[in-house]
Design a protein around this ligand. Structure first.
Ligand SMILES: Nc1ncnc2c1ncn2[C@@H]1O[C@H](COP(=O)(O)OP(=O)(O)OP(=O)(O)O)[C@@H](O)[C@H]1O
Ligand SMILES: [Mg+2]
Length: 332
C-alpha cells in the first residue's frame, strides 16, 4: 500500500541559542540528518514522504497537503504538554500518527506524574518529592544521597555531574539554581546507586523487549555515575555501552519485567525506551520512560540497542511504522 506520509519534528537549527538561555536549551530537538534518515527508510518502502516540521504553520500545511499518516517525533515547543500538542492536533483532524497518544505523552513528560502511575502498579521507583518552590524542601522525608533533576525535561537537560546531592545546603543551592534557570518544577529523588540500564520496547497488545543496554561511565564506580549532559555530549570517549549486558539472567529478566510493566501501565504505543537503575537490594527501579526516544542514526540509544540486536536502522524505523499501521488496521 502506497501512502502519503508526513513527518513532524522540531529541528535544533530552527532556533538560535540566546545568551540568557541555559547551554542545554536546544538539547531535545533533532538534527536534520535524523529526519532525512527516517524519510529515506519510508521512501524505500514506496511511500510518498513529506517533511511537515512542527511549528504553528503545521496547521496550514496539513490543510494544504493532506497526508494519510504522520510519523511523529516532534518534541514540542512549550509547557509540560508540549509533546502532546501535535498528536492532539492530529487526533482533532482525524489523521493517524505513529507513537503514543497525547495522554501518555503528557503523563510521561511529567516525571512525577509518571511515577505516581507506576507506583499504583507496585513497580519500584525511587521515593521522591516534586518541588515547585524552594520552601517545598522543608520537612523533606527522603534519605541522602539524593538526586535533583527537572520534572518536565528530557535529554538530561538540567542533569549535571553535581546532580547527586549529599547534604542539605547543596540541595538548597542546586534546587534554587534549577528553579531560577528552567521553566520546570524540580524532582528530588533518592539516589539509586547501582548500575544503569535503558530498555527498548516495541509493540502494542503484546509489547516485547528489543534489548537491554547497560550504560557504564568509564572510570567511575556505579555509585558515582550519572548519565549527565556532560557525559552524553562526549559519549564516544566517556561511555561504554553493553548490549546485551553481562549480568545474570535473573536480574536481566527482572529489568525487562519492570520495563514492560511500566510500558503497559503508561499505555505506551508502538515504541518507548525505559530508563532503569538497580538498587543495592538488586531491585530494578523505574527512573523514567521516553515514548519519543531519539532516533538519531548515529547516537540514539534505541538505535544502538537495535544495532546490537542485529537490527539495522531501516528495520527499526519500519517496525515502528508497521506497529502504527497495524493499530489502524491497515496491515496484518
Ligand atoms: N534517582 C536517581 N538515582 C540515580 N541516578 C539517577 C536518578 N535519576 C536520574 N539519574 C541519572 O540521571 C540521568 C538522567 O535522568 P533521567 O533519565 O530521569 O532524565 P532525562 O534527562 O529525561 O533523560 P533522557 O535523556 O533519557 O530523556 C539518568 O540516566 C541517571 O544516570
Ligand atoms: Mg533518561
Amino acid at each position: 500500500m502506497k501512502l502519503k506520509v508526513g513527518i513532524t519534528y522540531n529541528l535544533k537549527k530552527d532556533f538560535s541559542q540566546q545568551e540568557n538561555q541555559p547551554i542545554d536549551f536546544l538539547e531535545e530537538f533533532d538534527a536534520e540528518e535524523t529526519i532525512d534518515a527516517i524519510r529515506r527508510v519510508l521512501e524505500g518502502e514506496g511511500h510518498d514522504v513529506i517533511k511537515l516540521g512542527g511549528d504553528a504553520g503545521l496547521i496550514d500545511r496539513l490543510r494544504r497537503t493532506p497526508v494519510d499518516i504522520v510519523f511523529n517525533i516532534a518534541e514540542g515547543l512549550h509547557g509540560r504538554n508540549r509533546e502532546a500538542h501535535i498528536p492532539a492536533l492530529l487526533e482533532f483532524l482525524n489523521i493517524p500518527y505513529t507513537g503514543s497518544d497525547p495522554l501518555t505523552l503528557s503523563l510521561t513528560l511529567d516525571k512525577a506524574m509518571a511515577k505516581r502511575i507506576v507506583m499504583s502498579q507496585n513497580i519500584p521507583t525511587p521515593r521522591f518529592k516534586k518541588v515547585e518552590k524552594v520552601e517545598d524542601l522543608h520537612g523533606l522525608d527522603l534519605r541522602y544521597p539524593l538526586f535533583v533533576k527537572l520534572c518536565h525535561e528530557g535529554s538530561s537537560k538540567g542533569v549535571r555531574l553535581d546532580s547527586k546531592i549529599s547534604d542539605a545546603q547543596s540541595l538548597r543551592e542546586k534546587t534554587t539554581g534549577l528553579l531560577e534557570t528552567y521553566d520546570s518544577p524540580v524532582l528530588v529523588e533518592e539516589f539509586i546507586k547501582g548500575p544503569e540500564f535503558t530498555v527498548g520496547i516495541l509493540g502494542n497488545e503484546d509489547p516485547f523487549v528489543l534489548g537491554v543496554m547497560q550504560i557504564e561511565i568509564k572510570g567511575r564506580a556505579p555509585e558515582e555515575s550519572v548519565y549527565s549532559l556532560e557525559i552524553k555530549r562526549e559519549w564516544e570517549e566517556k561511555v561504554r555501552y553493553h548490549c546485551p549486558p553481562s549480568i545474570g539472567q535473573d536480574l536481566l529478566r527482572k529489568i525487562e519485567e519492570v520495563a514492560l510493566r511500566s510500558y503497559r501501565a503508561l499505555e505506551c504505543r508502538d515504541v518507548s525506551r525505559v530508563d532503569i537503575r538497580v538498587g543495592e537490594d538488586r531491585t530494578p527501579y523505574f527512573l523514567e520512560i521516553n515514548p519519543l526516544p531519539g532516533l538519531s542514526p548515529v547516537y540514539g540509544d534505541l538505535v544502538m540497542i537495535a544495532r546490537s540486536m542485529g537490527w539495522d536502522y531501516d528495520r527499526l524505523v519500519k517496525t515502528i511504522f508497521h506497529y502504527a499501521l497495524k493499530r489502524y488496521g491497515w496491515t496484518e
